[in-house]
Ligand binder design. Sequence first.
Ligand code: ATP
Ligand code: MG
Length: 472
Amino acid sequence: MTEIPLDAIGEAAFVTDADFRVVDCNARAIDLFRAPSREALLGLDAADFPNDHDLSAEFPTYLRERLTAVPFVVLENHVKRLDGSTFVSETILHRLADGRVFVTLRDVSVRVESLHRLEEANERLRAAVRDRTEFVSNVSHELRTPLTSMSYALTNMTRGLCGPLPDKAKDYVGRLQVDVKRLLTTVNDILDLRQMENGTLTLRKSCVPLTKLFGEVVDSLSIQAQTKRQTLTLAPAPKEIYAEADRHKIERVCFNILSNAIKYTPEGGAIAVSVTEQDGQALLRVDDNGIGIPPEALPRVSQRYFRVGDQVTGTGLGLSIVREIVTLHGGNLHIESPVPGTDCGTRVTATLPTCPGPLQVIVSGDDDLIAEVTQAAEAVGLSVRVDREAIDVPKGCEGVTPARFLLDGSLPESYLGDLVCQIRGDARLAPTPILILSPGMEPSRRAEYGRMRVEVRPWPLAPDALRTILRD
Ligand code: ATP
Ligand code: MG
């Protein structure tokens, strides 16, 4: 192989003998080491070039041994010049076939210094973001209490607790309620985001009726839709769909999705809300025929602070919080634009795993009653458990949480009374609603049950009436 002249190499280059003693070097090396002459560098130990304080004294020995095991070694280290100054070097030591070692050094001090500065700037930026987030969440925290009491006062005024309101005032109060609710949602979103970042967000789960919940959100936002003369419809649901979820958080999911649809749909537009079930998943869906989302923005709309263009003001947090909450519940968020099958608008679907509806415990030995009540309960999404010979109700309910007891009123009077006393006397079961389906009952007996918070309804009941009662 032809030897390349060392001066033809752009980096500082050395050739050493097998013991790392420098036998030759190029002009760049003389410059880099600020050496008075080539001779001043000859005889130096190249294994001693690394001059880092954190390298042990054994490092030169280690380097020598390492280079017998592998063909080359790359280091980034401090190197001392002959005048005592140092620089950061990217050093490559390469053992040649004849045992000599070829060493190149490149001064990377500027690059390392820039990286260091960049890291410092990043850290300052992170600290600024932390401060800003802290400030925003502190302010949000301060705002939450007064906003909550304003919302409470406005609700009371709407309910007529301060007497009848003139129509104009009613209109103002309605608008204020929507604005306060929107502010409260933003404040809660900010506080939730903070908890999500800290990993301290906890879900208070219960069995939540999703259709009912979304219906309430639709009601609360209907004034806003009316103001824009939009048609806002909630698809009728034959049966309730339940999810094991944090009610308040899912309410915010519905609120954020629906308020987007209202906000990003022009006057006179149409918004359709539905809650359906598919393969064990509840689908909370809002379709609108509004301005839509451009395809390139679709993957980003649920990122924090992302907004499409500057068409409408907003913080850009709504959908990101929706995604976080839904994901925490084991669900997903899908955003499509235009709405499939149309050429405009946006479809937002949040999916949540469903759970069995609240448990109705039927105590009866009557096959007809059991069949009718079971059918009606299941038709509205409730789950059912039948206890034909209840002797010890609390024991029979170990491990389950009944949402209601449905007692057969034709059971012997003393037995029925005993069942009610057992339920009301058990600390866990005592608050559970009890409904007696009775073919006929003395008014005094009925009043007695009333005092024990037991509802009595006539039996038999038309299926429709039964479903309505069970749905409540
Ligand atoms: P806020 O935090 O007050 O909800 P925002 O509505 O701007 O502010 P997001 O709800 O996260 O924030 O929505 C992000 C962006 O996605 C919006 O700025 C809007 O550009 C777009 N977007 C969301 N929903 C719709 C929709 N139904 N139709 C059209 N664009 C939408
Ligand atoms: Mg929004």
